[in-house]
Write a protein that binds this ligand. Structure first.
Ligand SMILES: N[C@@H](CCC(=O)N[C@@H](CS)C(=O)NCC(=O)O)C(=O)O
Length: 201
């Protein structure tokens, strides 16, 4: 199995954490690539019209994206466990994944506003609105921090990858401030071998 990869992509990290958690990390080869929203990498676009990482090649030749699909594929291949099979736990995890992915999508848009858009065309109101979404998502995670404890599934993995990306790119946001329980949960989760093996940067 192969993966178009970037060492600073939180979405790639989700896939790698899942691969570690289900015992398939040794079977995934990382292929270097240069995903960018403007200077699109033709190598990736040739397989994924969106030109984004993660883009994944299964051993049977199937090309899979995005991170949600790849994570579920790896989990299924390994016999399951990270995607609750049914009932309330499943919808809870999938909704947490959606909100964690949304937090990341907003954070990335805010970052592209400063690193990809020419300064004379930048619009601080747009960036601020994206950061506001990040804060709202953080507040939602904070409000349910108690329910995250002890869980390892696609919901908690996505939230942890989201928080780690804020540490990497938005340290000035100070996401821990006023969110002690979420912060404590993250410190514990970040010690998992799957997280330690996939640190961003
Ligand atoms: N929904 C996608 C988002 C992936 C994504 O935004 N990846 C970023 C890197 S972290 C990327 O490839 N950006 C380049 C672009 O958007 O064209 C997923 O879950 O995999």
């Amino acid at each position: 199995m192969k993966l178009y990869y970037s060492p600073t992509s939180p979405f790639v990290r989700k896939v790698l954490v899942v691969a570690h958690e289900v015992g398939l990390a040794d079977r995934v080869e990382n292929l270097s690539s240069a995903a960018h929203p403007v200077n699109r990498d033709p190598k990736i676009v040739g397989h994924n019209p969106l030109g984004q990482v993660p883009t994944f090649f299964a051993d049977d030749g199937a090309v899979l994206y995005d991170s949600r699909v790849i994570c579920e594929y790896l989990d299924t291949l390994a016999g399951g466990g990270l995607f609750p099979a049914a009932g309330a736990a499943r919808w809870q995890s999938l909704t947490e994944q959606a909100l964690g992915d949304g937090l990341l999508a907003s954070a990335l848009l805010a970052r592209y506003e400063t690193v990809a858009r020419p300064e004379e065309k930048s619009w601080s109101g747009w960036r601020d609105a994206q950061i506001d979404k990040v804060r709202s998502a953080l507040d939602a995670f904070s409000a349910k921090a108690e329910s995250l404890a002890g869980r390892v599934d696609i919901g908690t993995i996505t939230i942890a990858c989201g928080l780690s990306y804020l540490d990497l790119r938005f340290a000035d946001l100070g996401w821990r401030s006023g969110r002690q329980e979420l912060s404590g949960w993250y410190e514990t989760f970040a010690e998992r071998p799957s997280m330690r093996a996939t640190v961003l940067g």
